[in-house]
Each structure stands twice: as structure tokens, then as C-alpha cells.
Design a protein around this ligand. Structure first.
Ligand SMILES: *Cc1c(COP(=O)(O)O)cnc(C)c1O
Length: 354
């Protein structure tokens, strides 16, 4: 037997939330949007000219880049698009994190960051959240090769006010600071206005959550033109055609319908605020969330057991076994009001059973 295994890049992959095949379930485990994509998306998909599929798509995805740039009042050169924010974040790691110094991110956060760091052999250091699972911005004032954190954070839902985000960017002018704004549309304030003042800021956003298009796979980065050009250079050195023709067309339709976008996110925020009260009434506790999920715990329940009992009842939520200090928490996506009512019906009964 040869030693070829010695030359293999071995990694422990990221594990996405379950996508159950069963019907009639309530799916609150991957922070998807419970509402359909904008009507224009549905229409454009039906009317799609399939003859276009013979051709390669536009490698620069200019139609989509222009639509996103216009939506945020930026230049097209400040927008980078990719196959979900997972794709654009991976490309940002590859392009921006090339120091021997460790990059920094929180200990409790999006669990893809350490996977990319290991895959790309980027040294990293995790910065613990405080005892209430809050990110302490002053902890990010130390030597580093770059910084990445979600705002709001996941799975805690905590939103950092803009002045604290700015503090982190300002005290790290020699490295790139990536603010992952996957959940910013659910009531948070984006770092977008800071792009004018800080050329080391890179913002990542996605169509997967607030625009109901997780299945289409569209994500984007916003930054200064020079930085976006460097990221494009890496992308064109890896795979020119990341965005398929369908995604480009559907993405434009989703961005165009501002009114629909605003009404969906309004509904989700209303349901979230109501759900907070319901959880409190049932004895759950949680940090304040400004995202489309709540990170809850209950003094009398074992989270893993509750997770399994919910799943047996057809209600899927997310449980993370690691790190240890979040073991007794469940991350629950905000669904429709009806879905949440079914969840609370279950929990009310569950309480009586204990
Ligand atoms: C969902 C999520 C992403 C990735 O979303 P895509 O579907 O790849 O766009 C990135 N970061 C965080 C924090 C997320 O929760």
C-alpha cells in the first residue's frame, strides 16, 4: 500500500442543519424564511428563457451586481457576488487572511469560521463571549491577522450597536474586518455607512434569510473597490462562473421588490417579539435577539431531550453540542405565527408532563 494519504488535505467539514424529507413538519432549524420569495421571482422563474442555459452566464454577474449596488447606493465595483454568503465568506478568507498572525472570532459563533480557517491553514484564536454570551468589543484590540464576526451574532442573536462595531474596525486598520450581516435585516443597523470611512471593512450579506432564497444560493460582499477587485482576482483564479443564469435573474427580481422585502421582515420581527413573550411565560430565558431566531434555555429541561421530543413531534429546531456552555440551549427560527403557535401548543403540554 502506498502512502498517498499523507498528501491528502484532511478536514473535518461543517455540518449544516438537517433538511428532513418528511412532509408536514415545522422547520425551525436552519433560519430559513417562512414566506415565499418575492412575486417577481416566481414570475421570472416561470417565464425564464431556457435557451439561455446553453450559454455560459456572465462571469461578472453584472445585472445582479448593479441591482445590489443600486439598492445600497454603492458603485458596482464595491459589490462582490457569490453562491451564498458561505461562498463569498470563503473567498474573503482566502483573499484577506494571509498573515502569520491569528485571525480572531468569537468562541460561540457561526461554526463555519473555524472550518474555513483550518481548510485554508489560517491560524486563528477564539475570543470568548462574556458570561451572558455577549461579544466584548475591547477584546478585539490585540495583534491579529484579521477579524470576522456576525452582527447580529449567531446562534445568540445579539446585536452590536454601530459605535461598537466601528470601535473594532477603527482599532484594526492594518487588517481586514469582516462583519457577517446574515441577519442584519431583522432590525439591526448595518455597518454600510462605515464603508466611507474605513477601507479595511468588508460586509457580508445573503439572500438566504431576509429574502427567502436559501435554495437559490446568493450572497454578496460590500467593500471598497480596491478590496473587491482583489477578491474578484482570487475568484477568477478559482472558478469564473460561480453565478448561474437563473440565480442572476432571480436575484435581480428579489432586490427590485423592496416593498415585499420590507413586509416579510416586518412580519418576522412582529412574530419574534410576540414569541419572546410566549417563551418568557413558559419559563424559558434567552438573550435579546435582533435576528430571525431565538437562543433559548429552560431551567427544568435538558435541551437535547427537548430537541429530540420536538423532533418526534415533527418540530425541528437546532441543538449544538459544542461548546459545552451552550449545550443546554436550543436555537429556534422564527416561523410563521401559525407555526410558532403549534410550537407553543407543544411546549405548554410538555410543561404539564414534567
Ligand atoms: C446562514 C448564515 C450564513 C450563510 O448563508 P448562505 O446561505 O450561505 O448565504 C453566513 N453567516 C451566518 C452567520 C449565517 O447564519
Amino acid at each position: 500500500m502506498g502512502n498517498w494519504e499523507d498528501n491528502i488535505r484532511k478536514v473535518t467539514p461543517y455540518v449544516p442543519g438537517e433538511q428532513p424529507k418528511k412532509e408536514n413538519i415545522i422547520k425551525l432549524n436552519t433560519n430559513e424564511n417562512p414566506y415565499p420569495p418575492a412575486p417577481g421571482v416566481v414570475r421570472a422563474l416561470k417565464e425564464m428563457d431556457t435557451d439561455l442555459l446553453r450559454r455560459y452566464p456572465d462571469p461578472s454577474a453584472a445585472l445582479l451586481v448593479d441591482a445590489i449596488a443600486e439598492n445600497y447606493g454603492l458603485k458596482p465595483g464595491q459589490v462582490f457576488v457569490g453562491v451564498g454568503s458561505d461562498d463569498v465568506l470563503a473567498m474573503a478568507f482566502l483573499t484577506c487572511f494571509n498573515s502569520d498572525k491569528p485571525i480572531l472570532f468569537p468562541d460561540i459563533t457561526y461554526s463555519f469560521y473555524d472550518v474555513w480557517a483550518k481548510l485554508l491553514r489560517i491560524p486563528y484564536e477564539v475570543i470568548p463571549l462574556d458570561k451572558d454570551f455577549r461579544l466584548v468589543s475591547s477584546d478585539y484590540k490585540r495583534e491579529n491577522g484579521g477579524i470576522v464576526f456576525p452582527n447580529p451574532n449567531a446562534p445568540t442573536g445579539e446585536l452590536k450597536p454601530l459605535d461598537e462595531v466601528e470601535e473594532i474596525i477603527k482599532s484594526n486598520r492594518d487588517v481586514i474586518v469582516i462583519v457577517d450581516e446574515a441577519y442584519i435585516d431583522f432590525g439591526g443597523e448595518s455597518a454600510l455607512p462605515l464603508l466611507k470611512s474605513y477601507d479595511n471593512l468588508l460586509i457580508a450579506q445573503t439572500f438566504s434569510k431576509s429574502r427567502s432564497m436559501a435554495g437559490m444560493r446568493i450572497g454578496y460582499l460590500l467593500g471598497n473597490e480596491k478590496l473587491i477587485k482583489f477578491i474578484n482576482d482570487c475568484k477568477y483564479s478559482f472558478n469564473s462562473y460561480t453565478m448561474n443564469q437563473t440565480a442572476i435573474v432571480m436575484g435581480v427580481e428579489a432586490v427590485k421588490d423592496r416593498e415585499y422585502f420590507l413586509s416579510c421582515r416586518e412580519k418576522i420581527m412582529d412574530t419574534r417579539e410576540w414569541a419572546k413573550k410566549e417563551f418568557l411565560n413558559l419559563g424559558f430565558s434567552f438573550g435579546d435577539s435582533m435576528s430571525n431566531f431565538l437562543f433559548v434555555t429552560h431551567p427544568s429541561y435538558d435541551a437535547e431531550e427537548l430537541f429530540e421530543d420536538l423532533r418526534d413531534a415533527g418540530i425541528y429546531v437546532r441543538h449544538f453540542k459544542k461548546p459545552e456552555r451552550i449545550k443546554n440551549y436550543l436555537r429556534i427560527t422564527i416561523g410563521t405565527r401559525e407555526e410558532m403557535e403549534r410550537l407553543f401548543d407543544f411546549l405548554k403540554q410538555y410543561k404539564n408532563k414534567q
